[in-house]
Design a binder for this molecule. Structure first.
Ligand code: NAD
Length: 470
């Protein structure tokens, strides 16, 4: 598949294979772009700015609604492509498509709500006799750099609000899974003038880095790992930057919890997309009193997951993004076992598959839970009190989301107030997200918020206009 730049299909002499992690088959080839191609995209996106700014909010909104309809028409085809390039079960891909449609719809609505406010300058010294108001002005060109795990919805979380507030966009899709995003860009381009949306594929270290350092790009909206995010923050200069980074989210189960509900929370939180979720449940912190009942029920529920062909609708656990990724998970689990943890179920790798694995007696200093392990792992850490549960939950460099299971109102509020994370859910696991909520972590999990209204705020600048009426 070609890149789309200024409405034209562009290729490259260098191509890269996109492979299905399930069977290793080549799905397509994509161009490996170099700097000249990125320059072309930067020029086209800058040239298209004026036309988009002149378009009425009414028209931008209608066009985004039209894209929504087209996405609905292409839902099954895109879901199958997504499953083939990422290896996630088809039912999960269909959910990602539904959420993508919802994200676009929210942006189409938000396009009509880009408000400023009147400012009472007479509240300041010498301000009497002025009338002043603010406007939210687009930044210009937004570069969207996105990861492999939810390539479509996470990219739409950048493109849709950017266009809603009249920025043009250059997308650098994930190298491992670029195809669904590239197809979506083609759909969007049918509605908007050429140059409003552009795709540049290639290596992050070359193309991504070039976009980050370009003086002709006004904003970097990045979702990916902490390592890459830190590099971007050091290189972006005066540009606005939003960084949605990794997580190491806790699921706290207190002694008065509804255990069945907590078990469902782990199944949905630790094994979704084979555990490759930024806000996935990565550490299960359980009060000792209920640990044996909880663990027994968790193992039973885990053993009911169906690992298999991701295109089969009965499959509930697909592959990881690559065999290499599965080998890294295998190594992390084996190291934890060598350090004293014990596997209760799972723990076997087959190519890019890794079994859903429950691993008990994990301690908070083991690499398995110090690092963000991106795989279908449910590591259990035992604690003896609410205080200790909060202390362990906060013992991480990350702070994306968190979930606490308890029926005690006071314990719930202590966790909500004291766990350092962008979101704390009570009686729900951290993977829960609606696409309108403010989303973004504390600590190393990121800078800035997404969720359409919040992304719009980060993709506009405030201009004050003051009229001297004296
Ligand atoms: P990654 O950081 O390796 O890559 C993300 C994107 O950055 C890719 O498009 C890649 O090509 C590009 N890139 C790589 N090097 C670059 C550079 N030097 N300059 C600019 N761009 C560069 O992440 P990944 O492995 O694709 O995704 C997994 C990570 O993403 C995990 O850490 C996960 O937690 C995180 N993530 C975060 C969120 C969130 O919303 N907070 C959501 C999903 C994934």
């Amino acid at each position: 598949m070609d890149m789309l730049i200024g409405g034209k299909h562009i290729s490259s002499d260098d191509l890269q294979e996109v492979k299905n992690p399930y069977d290793g088959e080549i799905i397509d080839n994509i161009p490996i772009a170099h700097r000249q191609t990125a320059d072309l995209a930067i020029k086209e996106a800058n040239d298209a700015k004026e036309g988009l700014v002149e378009m009425s909010a009414f028209k931008v909104s209608n066009k985004l609604f039209n894209v929504c309809e087209k996405l609905k028409d292409n839902k099954m085809d895109l879901a199958q492509l997504l499953t083939m390039e990422v290896g996630k079960p088809i039912n999960e891909s269909l959910v990602e498509l539904d959420r993508s449609i919802e994200t676009l719809k929210l942006a189409a609505e938000e396009a009509k709500r880009i408000y400023g406010e009147s400012v009472p300058l007479d509240a300041g010294l010498n301000g009497k006799g002025f009338f002043a108001f603010t406007q939210r002005v687009p930044l210009g060109v937004v570069a969207a750099i996105t990861p492999f795990n939810y390539p479509l919805n996470l990219t739409i979380h950048k493109i849709a609000p950017a266009i809603a507030c009249k920025n043009t966009v250059i997308i650098k899709p994930p190298t491992e899974a670029p195809l669904t995003v590239m197809k979506f860009a083609e759909i969007l381009n049918e509605e908007f003038p050429d140059g409003v949306i552009n795709t540049v594929t290639g290596y992050g270290s070359e193309i991504g880095d070039y976009l980050v350092t370009s003086p002709n790009i006004d904003k970097i909206s990045f979702t990916g790992s902490v390592t890459t995010g830190l590099m971007i923050s050091q290189k972006a200069g005066m540009k606005k930057v939003t960084l949605e980074l990794g997580g190491n989210d806790p699921l706290v189960v207190l002694k008065d919890a509804d255990i069945d509900k907590a078990v469902r929370g782990v199944i949905n939180g630790a094994f979704l997309n084979a555990g490759q979720v930024c806000m996935g449940v990565k550490r299960i912190i359980v009060e000792d009193e209920i640990a044996s009942e909880f663990t027994r029920k968790l193992v039973d529920a885990t053993d009911r997951l169906v690992m298999g062909n991701p295109l089969d609708e009965n499959t509930t656990l697909g592959t990881l993004i690559s065999e290499k990724a599965a080998m890294q998970v295998e190594e992390a689990v084996n190291n934890a076992v060598n350090d004293g943890a014990n596997i209760l179920t799972g723990g076997v790798r087959d190519g890019a598959f890794y079994e859903a694995t429950v691993i008990d007696n994990v301690t908070q200093d083991m690499d398995l839970v110090v690092n963000e392990t991106f795989g279908p792992i449910a590591p259990i850490i035992h604690v003896n009190s609410l205080d200790e549960a909060i202390e362990v939950a906060n013992d991480t460099e990350y702070g994306l989301q968190a979930g606490v299971f308890t029926n005690d109102y006071y314990s719930a509020m202590r966790c909500a107030n004291e766990i350092e994370a962008g979101t704390v859910f009570v009686n729900k696991q951290s993977t829960f997200r609606t696409d309108n909520m403010p989303f973004g972590g504390f600590k190393n999990s990121g800078v800035g918020k997404e969720g359409i209204k919040y992304a719009v705020s980060e993709m506009t600048k405030t201009k004050l206009i003051g009229l001297n009426l004296r």
